[in-house]
Design a protein around this ligand. Sequence first.
Ligand SMILES: Cc1cc2nc3c(=O)[nH]c(=O)nc-3n(C[C@H](O)[C@H](O)[C@H](O)COP(=O)(O)OP(=O)(O)OC[C@H]3O[C@@H](n4cnc5c(N)ncnc54)[C@H](O)[C@@H]3O)c2cc1C
Length: 379
Amino acid sequence: MILELNEQQNMIRNMVREFAEKEVKPKAAELDEKEEYPHEAIKRMAELGILGAIIPQEYEGAGLDHVTYSVIIEEISRACASTGVVTSVHNSLTAWPIIKYGTEEQKKKYLPILARGEKIGAFGGTEANAGSDLGAMQTTAELKGDKYIINGSKTFITSGPKAGIIIVFAVTNKEAGPKGISAFIVENDFKGYGIGGIFHKLGINASLQSELVFENMEVPKENLLGKEGEGFKIALSTLDGGRIGIAAQAVGIAQAALDESITYSMQRQQFGKPISKFQAIQWMIAEMATRIEAARFLVRYAAYQEDAGNRISKEAAMAKLFAAETATWCADRAIQVFGGYGYIKEYPVERLFRDARITGIYEGTSEVMKMVIAGSLLR
Ligand SMILES: Cc1cc2nc3c(=O)[nH]c(=O)nc-3n(C[C@H](O)[C@H](O)[C@H](O)COP(=O)(O)OP(=O)(O)OC[C@H]3O[C@@H](n4cnc5c(N)ncnc54)[C@H](O)[C@@H]3O)c2cc1C
């Protein structure tokens, strides 16, 4: 594995960094405050090919490798973690399972729409009583004629209020446990599809999460993704890749915390000199930078393994576990560098602190990541 980005990857990183700094970062605080979806950034990301980053070119995507994709998510999240997660869910949790498990008809129908950003993607796995234990889901799907009838509800669904294409998981065979779960491509205008309550959260406030409610929802038979009973396998393998996106998001948040700490510590004067001259501050900055670099390499390694076609459950879990802890730790240290100002909403590190916290929870908690890692070692 080559640790340096190649010329094309560097070029894309610079392009995305410039876009994120100019067009995403200036609005991040206001959108967070108003709990407002980043519509403009999403429109621009569609134009720039970011919404179709991992979608093959034959389906109108950019056809990028996963290392480049992880760099994109890091750069967007460095500017705005909410926009980062919307982009990650759209690519990793919606487009990817269609690319991997979809029929040619499904790919032709849905991937160009996702790449063009005409519809935003979402992933409907979690239910009120099925979080870490996704296999305990109770939403049902019953084949009646040429349609599946889906009943139940999902919760905490990122982009739920805005999504147009949703990968929904439901039980088609109650007796079979997780092997009785199937996956479906659902559109938001299907009969019986509804959006439930929208949640108010600690952070990533510009990404909206809601319940999804299915009341005799009619899904055409041809929208079954993979085979009946393959849904749990599809969910787990999709989440493996998704975790690289969330780990990259965490690295972006941590990098933003470091950037802000460096700038502030060189400006803020106490005892007649910039606080960056104090060893206590230098040590925090040095340790933040070291942890971030380590997290970034874990993310790139997991993405590299995905590009190589290898199994990535352990690598993605390690990257997400470490990057999430790094983001939370760095955002906490950044508040310390800022002192009292770090605790005040007008300064950016307060938002970074709130945004960082979710990275150790969604797409599998840190405890679940440790279960995955240990499970792959203790066979
Ligand atoms: C902002 C946000 C966005 C989200 N977006 C989506 C989305 O787009 N799509 C989607 O499907 N879901 C989404 N989720 C759901 C998310 O993935 C779950 O919240 C997460 O997987 C944890 O499930 P839970 O909340 O039910 O917690 P629980 O599973 O109830 O866990 C509670 C605690 O118990 C621990 N725990 C559970 N089981 C074990 C075990 N076996 N061993 C040790 N500890 C354990 C957990 O680590 C945690 O600390 C989102 C959640 C949030 C908050």
